[in-house]
Design a protein around this ligand. Sequence first.
Ligand code: FO1
Length: 332
Amino acid sequence: MTSGSIRADGQTDILLLSGGGGGARLAAGLHAATGGEHFSVVTNTGDDFEHLGLMICPDTDSVLYALSQQIDPVRGWGREGESWQVFDELTQLGGPDWFQLGDKDLALHLIRAALLAEGRSLSEVTAILARRLGVASAASIMPATEDRVRTRVMTSQGEMAFQEYFVKHRCEPQLTAVRYEGIAAAKPSPSLVGLLAGAASRSIDVVLGPSNPFLSLAPILDLPGMADLLRERARRVIAVSPIVAGQALKGPAAKIMSELGLSVSAAGWMEWMADRYPELIDVWVWDERDHALADATRIAHPNIVVTDTIMSDRERAQQFAEWILGVSGDGD
Ligand code: FO1
């Protein structure tokens, strides 16, 4: 295993790009490992959608709940210890039953709606929610953009909105392409641009979480100017493979790779990322279960490092985060 020393000097900001799922777990791990100091998370907004008149921001909320240690560890989304009284009543009254909203979660969506209606930006609202949920210290959670970007999926059953594909159809339709509606006119969020511009005296390491490349990272990285901003400002960009031993730990990444004709492996993921975002990623983190493939692939791509990336619980997530930060030593 190669050295994971990324933050040996304590002068480096850590910026994580994250979806829900694995990205949110790593967010919690990095938050614990950094104490939230000089640590920020940029969340995917392509999954956001309007439901029952409310703005739902699933990936942002997964990070909010993960950092405040209130995420349901089994589902991997929503609140732990949730109750479902409103949802039950809602479905009794003929409301939609395909997207489950727990009582506690619903309270958050109501508060978000009220704050947005006061004219506050999504970033402001997210910061307020983080504070009220008790996200410790100065860690900031920033939606990738203030503009409306919506992931839409082309499938064997036609084009559909992301949540329809993901939740209503359980990712079953064969996916042929993905588009991010509104992205061409969208801008990276001013808070993110400010963070990248303002920290001139500090270096920034960017971590791409083990998130779905097509559904979670692309709606962030494809924002006009985003990849260039990261290329210019990041000391280095470290990408964590969501594919371990030819499978995604959770979610449809492996299925989608196969449907798009890609090799379903960490190497296939790396090739897709390197091709789509040339000269962006400096360090590729693969799981140790793929060490033989990593050894073979390193001939062409020397910057592959391997470690145990599986974040089965909070402790493992913190250990992996510490490895990323280099605080756990060289780890050979
Ligand atoms: N995922 C599901 O599979 N079923 C649901 O009913 C569901 C509801 C839900 C409500 C709020 C929320 O923040 C997330 C929710 N998710 C649900 C998860 C969500 O669809 C996914 O986490 C992401 O969009 C993919 O990262």
